[in-house]
Design a protein around this ligand. Sequence first.
Ligand SMILES: [Zn+2]
Ligand SMILES: [Zn+2]
Length: 84
Amino acid sequence: MKCPECVKTHQTSRCFRNNHIVASMPDGSEYWDEEGIFHRHDPHWTIKSFHCDRGHCWTVRWRRPCPACKFGHIEPETRIVNPA
Ligand SMILES: [Zn+2]
Ligand SMILES: [Zn+2]
């Protein structure tokens, strides 16, 4: 992974992960259906935040897709928190 702000401005940097935030999993989001297939329907986003040694901060959020029916599948989304 590279800092998205440094990539944009053609700089290089080291990236560090901040303490990450994991959304809590509600009861009932994991179950086995009538066929015995395991489903995991997690409606919450998981968010991790990062910073680079040039002072940029950003977060990446995504959802874990269900392994059985692809519920909740979505591309990870990157957001710059404080572009310098
Ligand atoms: Zn950066
Ligand atoms: Zn499912």
